[in-house]
Design a protein around this ligand. Structure first.
Ligand code: NAD
Ligand code: DAU
Length: 350
């Protein structure tokens, strides 16, 4: 029986990763460590909480003593590290929090793994989940490849870049068996509605303005979250030590085109007349330092490990809308209380 620590498993991507591992690997014990920040939600994992090979531990990766004790107690064979502050706009308002969670938190985990595996790294693995934002912003041409130089532009991406550097440094200096992946924008069920797609779905549902930053010309490469979880599974098991793998959907959309498509899907699902939801689109003040374009070349992962995205975007987006409409209680729950304060602070003066 292998014991694997997944950090940030109560969040958006982490919950899909935990579910996949718990269901597909009965011989693993999956320990989900999460601080349950505003973004962490155990409702995301209700369907597996009673499984014998799953355990939840509430805790903070920034707390060094707690992390060292946890590694001592559980003697993890592997770590899949997703816990992070993940929203660019929040990093603009409060950058220091991102240094603690994303940099110090990652270094704490690296130190604990280094100590635990000091005598034997056979079969051990430290897998760090990162983002394409570390590469900066693309012009009209080209793609991010694994060797693209780092050029982070937001406090969020600077903190993720820093954590990536620490992970590679521990691989090089202490021979820690590490692997890193850098993924493009995810979408799907359970994403916190501070991010573009669930925020727009929630606003359209309530007939509220849909805020589009600037002219809506920024481009993102969207990947269905279950496809990211499948990539993480294959990289954890078959990726080569010390390597980086880029993960992307080969699916670039200008924000405004994506929002128009989403409006038309919502009109159809809500039985509204065609063109109704588009009237909610409102152009607002741009994000500071807004990266223009991200696009991932994932051919290394595809060629080496045989992974590929499983869904066309239109199909994935329709499934995503269905999930939010079928889980309005989930949406209502996460948008009550503190979310209202966040939303008005973020959007009222735009
Ligand atoms: P999320 O914000 O939905 O979830 C983050 C989780 O981490 C939450 O459950 C939160 O409670 C937990 N967490 C935060 N700080 C913690 C701490 N100090 N200690 C313990 N737990 C803590 O994020 P997400 O979108 O699921 O992203 C997960 C990871 O994937 C992040 O590392 C992010 O950088 C990376 N990533 C995200 C995307 C994306 O499109 N969302 C794309 C590429 C990479
Ligand atoms: O590329 C991977 C990254 O994708 C991840 O590392 C991050 O954790 C994740 O949050 C995401 O970052 P983005 O900044 O690209 O995602 P977000 O959903 O915040 O914004 C997507 C695009 O939509 C971006 O160009 C900003 C724009 N936007 C966003 C919001 C919230 C709007 O126009 N209006 C909005 O209200």
């Amino acid at each position: 029986m292998k014991t694997i620590l997944v950090t940030g498993g109560a969040g958006f991507i982490g919950s899909h990763v935990v579910r996949r591992l718990v269901n597909n690997y009965p011989s693993y014990k999956i320990v989900n460590l999460d601080k349950l920040t505003y973004a962490g939600n155990l409702e995301n994992l209700k369907d597996i909480e009673g499984k014998g090979n799953y355990e939840f531990v509430k805790g903070d990766i920034v707390d060094t003593e707690f992390i060292n004790n946890l590694f001592n107690e559980y003697k993890f064979d592997g770590v899949i590290h997703l816990a992070a502050e993940s929203h660019v706009d929040r990093s603009i308002t409060n950058p220091t929090e991102f240094v603690f969670a994303n940099v110090i938190g990652t270094v704490n985990l690296l130190n604990a793994a280094k100590t635990l595996w000091a005598d034997d790294t056979e079969g051990k693995r430290f897998y760090h989940i990162s983002t394409d934002e570390v590469y900066g912003s693309l012009g009209e041409e080209g793609f991010f490849v694994e060797t693209t130089s780092y050029d982070p532009q937001s406090p969020y991406s600077a903190s993720k870049a820093s954590s990536d550097h620490f992970v590679r440094a521990y691989g090089n200096t202490y021979k820690l068996p590490i692997v890193i992946s850098n993924c493009s924008n995810n979408y799907g069920a359970n994403q916190f509605p501070e991010k573009l797609i669930p925020l727009a779905i929630n606003n359209i549902r309530h007939n509220k303005p849909v805020p589009v930053y600037g002219k809506g010309e920024n481009i993102r490469d969207w990947l269905f979250v279950n496809d990211h979880a499948a990539a993480i599974d294959v990289i954890y098991h078959e990726g080569r030590n010390g390597e980086t793998y880029n993960i992307g959907g080969n699916n670039e959309w200008k924000n405004i085109d994506l929002i128009r498509l989403l409006c038309s899907v919502m009109d159809e699902k809500l039985g509204r007349e065609k063109g109704t939801s588009e009237q909610l689109i409102t152009f607002v003040k741009d994000r500071a330092g807004h990266d223009m374009r991200y696009a991932i070349d994932s051919s290394k992962l595809q060629n080496e490990l045989g992974w590929e995205p499983s869904l066309q975007f239109e199909e994935g987006l329709a499934k995503t809308v269905d999930w939010y409409l079928e889980n309005q209680e989930w949406l209502d729950h996460v948008t009550s209380g503190e979310y209202k304060n966040y939303y008005s602070a973020q959007y009222q003066d735009r």
